[in-house]
Design a protein around this ligand. Structure first.
Ligand SMILES: Cc1cc2nc3c(=O)[nH]c(=O)nc-3n(C[C@H](O)[C@H](O)[C@H](O)COP(=O)(O)OP(=O)(O)OC[C@H]3O[C@@H](n4cnc5c(N)ncnc54)[C@H](O)[C@@H]3O)c2cc1C
Length: 250
């Protein structure tokens, strides 16, 4: 049974499916659910008298009135699979507290940021970029360079490419670099090729990042995180300069 002290309910208010097995939902919670960019919400479904729940990074800005999530369906995944069946009007349960320390230091003052994501790992960065865009428009934030690299097998899986391309056009402090690792399945693709690990060093160098100058934030696939961390460690960055949010165990 759902413990009302721990959980509240939420309704799916919109849904968009950028690619097979990848979808973006917005949910409206019956309670106030405060969060900072970079935090996650734990959502779940009840099944046979128990709650199945998993954490999901929040894509929306705290300045919005709904919570947006970008989710990948894992084959036979205990939660993501039944969650995928839920359309607009569907109900989920949410933990009453959001959590996470991933972007607690961001934005850094006077230092470039390198955001690196695989597919849904872009979620916390979307939340922060939406927030920074609003603050930059009203002159409340003094910009520093932000390079956001997102890798996917095919371009449709990038999910937020249109929004991030538009933001990068509006703001010269933002560079968005999508990269695709299966270009043979994506013949019209004209952007970077390969995994994020293949391009991460090039863009860090181009932004003038060097040990002691610049923060690196890695989110998503455990293999990408260990690969990108090793590359940036070899470039001289220490562990303190590298923050990580790993979505599942190695
Ligand atoms: C802090 C945090 C934030 C997260 N944010 C997101 C998010 O924004 N979007 C999102 O889709 N997921 C996110 N996840 C992963 C999510 O919590 C679940 O692990 C995922 O949805 C799978 O749950 P499941 O019950 O369907 O699969 P399970 O039945 O729990 O797991 C099945 C197996 O799949 C592996 N697995 C888990 N996720 C993936 C994946 N994406 N691709 C391949 N294998 C996987 C697991 O290691 C496990 O062995 C986040 C995880 C953490 C820890």
């Amino acid at each position: 049974m759902m413990d009302p002290e721990k959980y509240a309910s939420a309704t799916v208010t919109s849904r968009r499916d950028p690619a097979p097995d990848l979808w973006i939902i917005r949910i409206r919670t019956e309670i106030e659910l405060p969060y900072r960019p970079g935090q996650y919400v734990t959502i779940g479904l009840q099944s046979n008298g128990r709650v199945i729940e998993r954490p999901y990074s929040i894509c929306s800005s705290p300045l919005e009135n709904e919570i947006e999530l970008f989710i990948e369906r894992v084959p036979e995944g205990e939660l993501s699979d039944p969650l995928f069946a839920l359309g607009v009007g569907g109900e989920v349960i949410v933990r009453r507290r959001t959590k996470g320390l991933f972007l607690r230091d961001a934005p850094l003052v006077e230092e470039p940021h390198l955001f690196v994501a695989t597919v849904t790992g872009v979620a916390p960065f979307v939340s922060l970029l939406r927030t920074l865009a609003i603050r930059a428009r009203s002159g409340e934030w003094t910009p520093v360079p932000v390079i956001t690299i997102q890798g996917a097998a095919r371009s449709a899986e990038l999910g937020y490419a249109d929004e991030l391309v538009d933001l990068a056009q509006e703001f010269d402090w933002l560079t968005y670099v999508p990269t695709v690792s299966r270009p043979w399945e994506d013949p019209d693709w004209r952007g970077e090729l390969g995994r994020v690990e293949d391009v991460v060093r090039k863009y860090a160098d181009a932004a003038g990042m060097r040990p002691g100058y610049g923060g690196i934030f890695l989110c998503g696939h455990p293999g990408m995180i260990s690969g990108a961390r090793a590359i940036m460690r070899r470039a001289g960055f220490d562990n303190k300069a590298i923050r990580e949010e790993q979505y599942w165990p190695d």
